[in-house]
Design a protein around this ligand. Structure first.
Ligand code: ADP
Ligand code: MG
Length: 695
């Protein structure tokens, strides 16, 4: 008997099984080619699909449809239209045409566009992405779409990502052809591990910083943090367990293969990981998961925080991007036992290593945000320096290849293409270096620098394009080589390429103090903040790189830079404003009350001849605190206003990094110090002690 879960799994999705059942066979076959082989879609097919989709959606209780897209904010957007078509005779039909399926026209002038739409004065439209299935959410048929200007310029995160998958597919096929393989499609696969915090809704609702910014801007160190290491993988508390169960049920209905859930390192921090899927689906599913996580929390009196750093003093949240490449479903980063496949594995491995080294700056940019700056480089997340962890054994293989030496591991002789059992060598790797930003984990890479609230399109777009470029280089060289020399030429390419890029391989502790120094000696980039990282996008070589592979043209890259630079400054502006607001309207009044009451006590005691030196001292401390906090709030306000006047996005971000952020930190310190000495009932907001350790 099928379990309840397997009966309900995917019931809200217009998935392959539904399509096979409901579409005429030839239509289904045509659509399959569109999805799997990237063929063009014609309108007749679209009309038939639209009809079947509508009938199915109506049966599931849907009344509306929406093109679901991902503007440059990174989150998802949707505009609902009903299927309703009123008739002259007062009745109504429910209609949905192929045209409505494939194309929509949201009035989207209010989305960030980095100047693109102003420049081209074009309206935006949404275009169906058949590689990610439609689904029903709250009685709305949601159709995953790309968001594009009429000039064809991408206005979203999905379009360039999809283009990068085309580049990867094209170049990987050329490489595989050299190995005598002709798969229908090569695609990247992604499994995102999502970290998040759950706190009590009532605590969330009483803190303007959490409401406005998603993170606490003040709060002194809790009496207990994560030092006992008791939360990680600990028993899940009942409320959270109920939440996770409901979340799983909802995700499963949406065909999202959520599988792993556990407590994370920080108190109230948790993680959810799905089984990996084709990347376009995995990214859409991750965005849906994040949305559901927030909605469902409110059913349990909880709030889900997805900011990268909701609380100082404990770990922040990331999102590990597990990434690999598959040819017709076969993982190309799976080391194997047969010599030819070993060579093929080493070609792909080498391409990834070289790609990441060559495009460190763009990789770093792809995860840069004001929120993530709190994690990268702090002692909890990988440093802002990109490096690759291979594990001792695979690193040994790489060294042997570079030096032309033999290498023995686990009793196996490892050297040239005659390499026996590379699979055993790699699978025996038990070492899992958690400090590495980009780690090989057996049969995939794990990019660990991504922030918890980010859209994974950006990092995967960079990675796919960078790997496509190296595969292109390999194929272009090898297509000239006679067949009998292929193996030796391929090995020579591997050796030369690994030699040129071996600086990126680092198996040591990425949190150590020595690493940044060592990395600098190796010539690796250390772009510490978003303001440092973003300008790389508009470097001529990077503009040319994305253009060459049809992923982003120069105008699109430039627009993305402007949008990201502005977003960084906008977020920090909101944070600065919120700090000043909280200080003036809550913290200072609380300090006036407490110090006023204390002054009364001192005066009353001293009037009857009782000395009160401790209270006097505290009173002086509070008064000094009030003075200092007032000055620092005024100063933050002025500095933020000055920054806001800067027009150039690069200079604007520099001002936030160099002037406003230090002013924010300066203001936080005395407020947090006051929290340590002020009476509990005077303090206007829940403390870290309370928020992190609720029962
Ligand atoms: P860990 O916590 O040890 O990093 P998890 O098992 O929690 O590992 O998560 C690993 C993630 O990697 C899962 O989402 C899994 O589906 C995904 N994954 C496994 N194989 C691949 C692959 N070939 N391509 C992409 N992701 C993969
Ligand atoms: Mg992981």
């Amino acid at each position: 008997m099928a379990s309840k879960v397997s009966q309900e799994y995917g019931t809200l999705v217009f998935n392959d099984a539904v399509m096979r059942e409901r579409l005429p066979r030839p239509t289904y076959k045509e659509l399959e080619k569109v999805i799997k082989e990237g063929r063009r879609l014609d309108l007749d097919i679209a009309n038939e699909v639209a009809h079947a989709m509508k009938e199915w959606a109506l049966e599931q209780g849907a009344t509306h449809y929406a093109h679901w897209f991902q503007p440059l904010t990174g989150i998802t957007s949707e505009k609902h239209d009903s299927f309703l078509a009123p008739q002259k005779d007062g009745t109504a039909l429910m209609t949905f045409s192929g045209k409505e399926l494939v194309q929509g026209e949201p009035d989207a002038s209010s989305f960030p566009n980095g100047g693109l739409r102003a420049t081209f004065e074009a309206r935006g439209y949404t275009a169906w992405d058949p590689t990610s299935p439609a689904f029903i959410k709250d009685e709305v048929l949601c159709i995953p779409t790309a968001f594009i200007a009429y000039t064809g310029e991408a206005l979203d995160k999905k379009t360039p990502f999809l283009r990068s998958t085309v580049a990867l597919n094209d170049q990987a096929k050329r490489v595989l052809a050299l190995f005598g393989k002709h798969p229908k499609s090569v695609e990247c696969t992604v499994g995102p591990e999502q970290e998040y915090f759950l706190i009590q809704e009532k605590d969330f609702a009483s803190r303007p910083d959490l409401i406005m910014c998603g993170r606490t801007l003040f709060g002194c160190e809790p009496v207990k943090g994560q030092e006992l290491e008791e939360h990680y993988f600990g028993a899940i508390r009942p409320t959270v367990n109920e939440y996770m169960k409901e979340l799983d049920d909802e995700l499963w209905k949406l065909g999202i293969p959520a599988t792993t859930k556990h407590n994370e390192v920080a108190p109230c921090q948790h993680e959810l990981a799905p089984v990996f899927e084709r990347a376009s689906m995995a990214i859409d599913h991750n965005l849906l998961t994040m949305e559901k996580m927030k909605v469902i929390a409110s059913h349990h009196g909880l709030t889900c925080l997805q900011h990268e750093k909701p609380f100082d003093y404990v770990n922040g949240s990331g999102k590990h991007d597990n990434w690999s490449i598959a040819a017709d479903g076969k993982n190309l980063l799976d080391p194997s036992d047969t010599p030819e496949e070993n060579l093929q594995f080493l070609v792909f491995l080498t391409a990834v290593i070289a790609a990441v080294d060559k495009h460190q700056d763009l990789m770093r940019c792809s995860v840069a945000s004001a929120g993530n700056d709190h994690r990268l480089g702090a002692n909890e997340a990988p440093p802002a320096i990109i490096s690759i962890f291979l594990g001792d054994d695979l690193a040994g293989v790489v060294n042997a290849l570079i030096n032309g030496e033999s290498y023995t591991s686990h009793g196996h002789e490892i050297f040239d293409v005659g390499v026996p059992q590379l699979a055993d060598v790699v699978l025996d790797t038990t070492d899992r270096n958690r400090t590495s930003p980009f780690a090989f984990t057996g049969n995939k890479f794990e990019f660990r620098m991504c922030g918890s609230q980010q859209n994974l399109s950006d990092p995967n777009m960079v990675l796919n394009t960078a790997v496509a470029e190296m595969l292109d280089e390999f194929a272009t060289l090898m297509e000239q080589v006679p067949e009998e020399e292929f193996a030796s030429s391929a090995l020579a390419w591997i050796k030369d390429t690994l030699t040129a890029h071996q600086r990126i391989i680092f198996n040591g502790n990425g949190y150590s103090e020595e690493w940044p120094k060592e990395a600098e000696k190796r010539g690796l980039l250390n772009l510490r903040t978003t303001a440092d990282a973003l300008p790389a996008i508009t470097k001529p070589e990077n503009l040319a790189f994305f253009s060459k592979y049809g992923v982003l043209d120069e105008a699109e890259s430039t627009a993305r830079y402007v949008a990201k630079a502005e977003q960084y400054a906008k977020l920090l502006n909101i944070e600065a404003n919120t700090m000043v607001y909280m200080v003036r309207h809550y913290y200072l009044p609380a300090l006036y009350d407490y110090s006023g009451d204390l002054a009364q006590t001192v005066a009353t005691k001293e009037a009857i001849g009782i000395q009160s030196p401790a209270e006097r001292e505290l009173l002086a401390e509070l008064t000094d605190g009030i003075t200092l906090i007032t000055q620092l709030a005024d100063s933050l306000e002025v500095k933020n206003k000055e920054a806001q006047a800067i027009k150039d996005p690069g200079l604007l971000d520099d001002a936030y990094r160099d002037v406003v952020i230090p002013a924010m930190e300066a203001l936080r310190a005395p407020v947090d110090a006051m929290e340590q000495v002020v009476g509990h009932e005077y303090w206007p907001f829940p403390s870290y002690n309370r928020m992190l350790f609720y029962v």
